[in-house]
Design a protein around this ligand. Sequence first.
Ligand code: AN7
Length: 337
Amino acid sequence: MPGIIERYRQRLPFAHGDPVVSLGEGSTPLVLAPRLSERAGVEVWLKLEGANPTGSFKDRGMTCAVSAAVREGAEAIVCASTGNTAASAAAYAARAGLRGAVIVPEGKIATGKLAQALMHGARVIALRGNFDEALALVRELTARHPIALVNSVNDFRIEGQKTAAFEVLEALDGELDALCIPVGNAGNITAYWKGFKEAGVRPRLFGFQAAGAAPLVHGAPVEHPETVASAIRIGNPARWEEAMDAMTASGGAVASVTDAQILEAYRFLAAGEGIFCEPASAAGIAGLLAHGAGDARRIACVLTGHGLKDPQTALEHAGAVVPCAPELEAIERAVLG
Ligand code: AN7
């Protein structure tokens, strides 16, 4: 499959002949979740955005943001990130031959994401501060220097990410009542709403935040956000107004889920559906299970990132391995016992 710029060029701000920096992103699976559907009492489809080239939905936006940066003659890109944006920006910068710098909250990003950003050759800067502080600083930095900012405050990111809404609609023949999605900096829910509106449909959008990082639920920024779902440890979302508009105008809602609910949904999806997502992605499932999705009969949930991004959290919350001596009897006990 071609990447999303080639696939949806008529609906994106790119002309034929414009530079395209792509890793073949998009065209991710949409799979029915029978056990989750039974538990939730509705038909639930899962959009596996962890199947993108760097393992998260960010690649849809990044192919657009980086292609536009190349078109504008940029030599470097920068972002603040809880991890996935950093991994994606680093990969697309490498692909484009641009310099990349990523600012992450020190000690607060998942191991896989850190490994990705470093392997792709980005300069990884660990800020003694949180994501919100990092974003404020890179906004100032890019106002002073000719470096392209590739956070979702960049409109090309929203353009790229709206293509996920097109794909969901294509797979379901346009029949969708509601969408459940985790919300951090609020770019992705903004993008889905834009995509749905452009496609002429209005499913209810239900956004879910972690209880310790739920500014949209409280109606005020959270100064010290905390959650096991490090990707959405964000206290002052940049697309605040647009996210609230998406949920209000679509007849949806915003609500929060506890870390315990997130981890329960995380394990349930992995063990019950065979789908391993990262904790932030499970927040959308936890929200559906805890709060429902109104009167919807058919729902899509966006699983924003792959479980392999965060092996440490997985190992902390999964079962133990079974030690075994190299003997048949011991193996029998271990396997069958
Ligand atoms: C797996 O990488 O903000 O509401 O800097 O990685 O569009 O921010 C990540 C966000 C959900 C929330 N799920 O999306 C970053 C970053 C995963 C994520 C979100 C993120 P937005």
